[in-house]
Write a protein that binds this ligand. Structure first.
Ligand code: GTP
Ligand code: MG
Length: 329
């Protein structure tokens, strides 16, 4: 593992702030760091609010530290771009880990970052990866599409569930079971944990082999082929007492090994890059298109749509056709 000086950690923290703010000057750092990315095991941790993700991630970090590994933790908060209440809570909970030079903790909310929160999270994860952390953990609340996208930044996805949230199993309700490589029922000290494990196990049996998690166009192998051979397990943990955490550490290591041996890890990374490239390409094309069309050309099309003479798709097609003729392709 690497050790960073206080100055290096400050520089890293400042770079992450620039990413968060959508400050493009951080691209200089990213460019310089890019070739060093890819060594970290990136782990996405998601699940319902309050299921114990942060507590579990802290316990994981302590377990990895005991094994001599370094850890960066990125908490993504898609829900509260302004108040950051959850972020403060996380800081307090993770306080005990701070001061350890082998741990870097950072919360991130979307503040107008170019390409949205998942693009910012991708850049942040890349930067942490390039800084030599053995593990980069990305924690998100699992409720919607943006969390699924953020979880896609990971090599391994852990979905955390807790018992006692009524009869509903949140991960099933939220439709995020498909993205899990490892399922954890945390708060195993609470009544109903076994019932939750059984419900998850039953639901897993119904999840088709083609995992929705990894599907991105542009790869030769089918999802079924890519994801064949990994059996999603349901583990139980009591994060507050660090119980079951060693087994989770081992399971994560096993998954990483499987990613490597099966070639699925490389395929997932290619898909991740493909997805990032498409997002960036779309953004760049739009910027260039608006430049070339100029305000007048765009406004004319907008008026057509607003006046009911063109559908948005037809107007966009016409603009795109104009651009291609205009650039003499
Ligand atoms: N009984 C019990 N409580 C736990 C356990 N793990 C976490 N908690 C408690 O559950 C509460 C929520 O824990 P967090 O770690 O903040 O949960 P989270 O999923 O990160 O929450 P959000 O980030 O707000 O979605 C805290 O009060 C924890 O102390 C556990 O294993 N057993
Ligand atoms: Mg949390």
């Amino acid at each position: 593992m690497v050790h960073h000086s206080v100055a290096e950690r400050r520089a890293l923290a400042r770079a992450l702030t620039r990413i968060e703010n959508g400050d493009l000057s951080v691209q200089d750092e990213l460019r310089a760091a890019w070739s060093a990315t890819g060594a970290a095991h990136r782990i996405g941790v998601t699940g319902a609010p309050g299921s114990g993700k942060s507590t579990l991630v802290s316990a994981l970090a302590r377990a990895w530290r005991l094994r001599g590994h370094s850890v960066a933790i990125l908490s993504i908060d898609p829900s509260s771009p302004i108040t950051g209440g959850a972020i403060l809570g996380d800081r307090i909970r993770m306080r005990e880990l701070s001061g350890d030079p082998g741990v870097f903790i950072r919360s991130m909310a979307s503040r107008g970052s170019v390409g949205g929160l998942s693009a910012a999270a991708a850049d942040a994860a890349a930067l942490l990866d390039a800084h030599g952390f053995d593990f980069v953990v990305i924690e998100t609340v699992g409720a919607g599409q943006s969390e699924v996208e953020i979880a896609r930044l990971a090599d391994t996805v852990v979905v955390v569930e807790a018992p006692g949230m009524g009869d509903d199993v949140q991960a099933i309700k939220a439709g995020i079971l498909e993205i899990a490589d490892v399922l954890v029922v945390n708060k195993a000290d609470r009544p109903g944990a076994r019932k939750t494990v059984a419900a998850l196990q039953a639901a897993l049996d119904l999840v088709p082999q083609t995992s929705g998690h990894h599907g991105v166009a542009g790869t030769a192998l089918s999802d079924a082929a890519l994801d064949a051979g990994w059996v999603v397990s349901v583990l139980q943990t009591t994060a507050t007492a660090a119980e079951g955490v060693d087994a989770l550490v081992d399971m994560l290591a096993l998954h990483r090994e499987w990613l490597h041996v099966s070639g699925v890890g490389d395929a997932r990374r290619r898909r991740r890059y493909s997805q990032e490239l498409r997002v960036r390409l779309r953004e760049q094309l739009l910027l260039r298109a608006l430049q070339i069309l100029g305000g007048d050309g765009y406004d004319a099309a907008l008026r057509e749509v607003a006046a009911g003479r063109r559908t948005p798709l037809d107007a966009a097609r016409e603009l795109a056709a104009q651009l291609i003729i205009g650039s003499e392709l």
